[in-house]
Design a protein around this ligand. Sequence first.
Ligand SMILES: [Zn+2]
Length: 62
Amino acid sequence: MAKFRCGACGRKGECEYDGDRHGCPLCGSADLVLALAIEEVPDEVLAAFASLGSDDEGRDGD
Ligand SMILES: [Zn+2]
């Protein structure tokens, strides 16, 4: 299960992440932030994040 937060309807929840649909299960908006459990994230995605550098670190907004 993947946690998500929808930027359109503002609701949060969990959904089955199938890597294919990228819409909010509640309102259908594509403005969705998925927070996959770390064990669900493919290694190549982790590597991609790691290669982004640390520009965002130290910015402590919410
Ligand atoms: Zn929504």
